[in-house]
Design a protein around this ligand. Sequence first.
Ligand SMILES: [Zn+2]
Length: 63
Amino acid sequence: MPLETDASYACPSCGEENALGVDPTAGRRQTLVEDCPLCCRPLVFSVRIDGSGDALVERVERE
Ligand SMILES: [Zn+2]
């Protein structure tokens, strides 16, 4: 498994596409809080890791 994988998402605040860096070894389901790099608003991500170690953003919302 890679140490970090990227999951793309659309920011619910500014609408821009971004990539979130996820550590796939941290669990099959993760909740992460990161600031959007463009509008700097804190976002809450619900992330799922699939069987091959790829990360999918299932939900992203403003904190
Ligand atoms: Zn944003």
